[in-house]
Design a binder for this molecule. Structure first.
Ligand SMILES: Cc1cc2nc3c(=O)[nH]c(=O)nc-3n(C[C@H](O)[C@H](O)[C@H](O)COP(=O)(O)O)c2cc1C
Length: 514
């Protein structure tokens, strides 16, 4: 079974590490003439317009990101209005900016390079205002396009090994990447970005579902080939990354019609496309093959879940979080629409209460099929604190179970943080850098290569929640890339043997009050 050949993950992960040397010797340049468009546009399918009027759920963003799950006891079937709002808040266009070479359509969730290679598809039964079918969501005109007519949820029930939330879902959202749209800039590292950029979307999506009282569960165990075929993906260029079961309507799903091959004309992305085989190789190596394979994988995952909380090394220098109850009440809709990535930080301090609130709210777990919510998660959070009131600058590890920061090394590490974040100013000028590190050996052993998808996604969903928690408090945030091994070394011996999954800078914007 390919999923058990762990060499594939190590080859991919090690082969796509950034180091000072790899960046210096990489001859890749951005071919602006050949930049791919950031949309998948089906040229021949009729758009089905979605309602554009956004209502306000009235739920505070800080509340929406911290509620783990809406009870799936009651029936919950989204209206077209609810679906439209969830899609908008997850992957819709929230801002347009002109620049000399054209216009950038910024989206609700942060995305590496603003290249927006992740698309959302819906697989639903008959809904009040939408016929059963398989649809693609096009943010460019805020419309759905129907790829198949009929209720195909049974196909996903089977592909997911009869995962209960999928079995009861009136709608299943599928996230998929068209690799070239990101690989144009990031080459083979794009497979990591597949999960980073899906994770930020899913952080928004989960919060939007909570705000609309819709149960939602992320499902990573599914038979890849079946899902790709259902969506009509071109598996040489595209991959399905995650399913989200949305809503609750037990007893509806029947056997799906036969899944005949479909293929639709789409607008060319660019003049030519460059293939990066390492992306496809990693996707294939972490693929699951059929219902039995999926069920096995999930039970392995649930039996051998976590890597545990970081081992406490000291009883001293432990600072309990102080989140406080009086948090800003800005609505989820307002926060998502004003979110951006902070381009320049001011070096000013944030309060410990603000940092505590961000860490506390963003780490309360995620509803998934691969990790019981009460389990210790796969990633540990390591921080470099530059400017937080009442906290000595230095390197820290976050103790999730004790909800506390443990000091590893005191000092002013702005210069080092700048280096670790690929020599950029953002990680040096922010107030805190949050690094997500995981022990890949422990994750891959029970879970196989599929564990690589899970661990990347878990980090990026928490990263996406941190984005929202920062903007909800009038602060700024930016995702960042990093020099892999240098980060591990910086946090060692505590982090020895761990691999970096995600990095986020938090602080105050130099430009304006957010
Ligand atoms: C995982 C991740 C990594 C990122 N890495 C960097 C980075 O290294 N440098 C940078 O300036 N911006 C980085 N960004 C920010 C993106 O460039 C930004 O999200 C994108 O341009 C879209 O803009 P917006 O977030 O303001 O909507 C990153 C974003 C994410 C989600």
């Amino acid at each position: 079974m390919k999923n058990r050949d762990l060499q594939a993950t190590w080859a991919y992960h090690d082969g796509t590490k950034h180091s000072y040397e790899s960046i210096r010797t990489n001859r890749h340049y951005l071919d602006w003439e050949n930049q791919p468009i950031p949309f998948k546009i089906y040229s021949e399918l009729e758009p089905i317009a979605l309602p554009k009027q956004l209502s306000s759920s009235g739920m505070a963003a800080l509340e929406a990101i911290s509620i783990l799950d809406i009870s799936a006891k009651d029936q919950a079937i989204p209206s077209i209005q609810t679906l439209a709002e969830i899609l908008f808040l997850s992957a819709g266009i929230t801002k347009r900016r002109s620049y000399p070479g054209g216009e950038i359509f910024f989206r609700a969730a942060a995305c590496t390079g603003a290249l927006y290679h992740i698309d959302l598809y819906l697989v639903c039964g008959d809904l009040p205002e939408l016929q059963a079918g398989v649809y693609h969501f096009g943010p460019h005109d805020f419309a759905l396009r129907r790829l198949r007519a009929g209720d195909y949820r049974g196909t996903l029930v089977q592909a997911s090994g009869r995962e209960p939330a999928i079995t009861n879902a009136p709608v299943i959202i599928v996230c998929a990447s068209t690799y070239w749209r990101n690989a144009w800039k990031y080459q083979s590292r794009t497979y990591r970005h597949c999960f980073w950029d899906t994770g930020t979307i899913l952080a928004n999506l989960l919060a939007a579902a909570v705000a609309h009282h819709m149960p939602a569960r992320i499902v990573l165990g599914f038979a890849d080939w079946t899902v790709s075929r259902l969506l009509g993906l071109d598996t040489m260029r595209e991959g399905a990354l995650a399913l989200v079961a949305l809503g609750n309507a037990p007893g509806q799903v029947n056997e799906a019609p036969a899944v005949e091959p479909v293929s639709f004309e789409t607008a060319p992305l660019s003049k030519t496309e460059v293939d990066y085989p390492a992306i496809r190789a990693m996707h294939e190596a972490s693929s699951l093959e059929g219902e039995a394979d999926v069920t096995n994988w999930r039970s392995q995952a649930l039996e051998n879940p976590s890597t545990g909380s970081p081992t406490p090394t000291s009883r001293e220098h432990v600072i309990p979080l102080e989140p406080g109850n009086e948090t800003p009440q800005d609505s989820l809709e307002a926060v998502i629409q004003r979110r951006g990535s902070t381009r320049q930080f001011s070096r000013e301090s944030i309060s410990f209460r603000q940092l505590s609130t961000m860490l506390d709210r963003a780490t309360r777990g995620v509803p998934t099929d691969f990790l019981p919510p009460e389990e210790a998660p796969l990633n540990d959070l390591y921080l470099i604190v530059h400017a937080v009131e009442d906290v000595a600058p230095g390197a820290y590890v976050f103790r999730r179970d004790g909800r506390a920061l443990e000091l590893l090394r005191e000092g002013d590490f702005r210069r080092q943080a700048g280096h670790l974040g690929l020599g950029q100013e953002i990680p040096a000028d922010c107030s805190v850098d949050v690094f997500f590190l995981a022990d890949l050996h422990k994750v891959l052993q029970p879970w196989g290569n599929r564990g690589y998808r899970a661990v990347q996604l878990e980090a990026s969903i928490a990263g996406g929640k941190l984005y929202l928690a920062a903007y909800a408090q009038g602060l700024g945030a930016s995702g960042l890339t990093f020099f892999d091994d240098d980060v591990t070394e910086f946090f060692s011996p505590h982090a020895a043997g761990k691999s970096v999954m995600f990095l986020l800078a938090l602080g105050k914007s130099a430009k304006r009050r957010l």
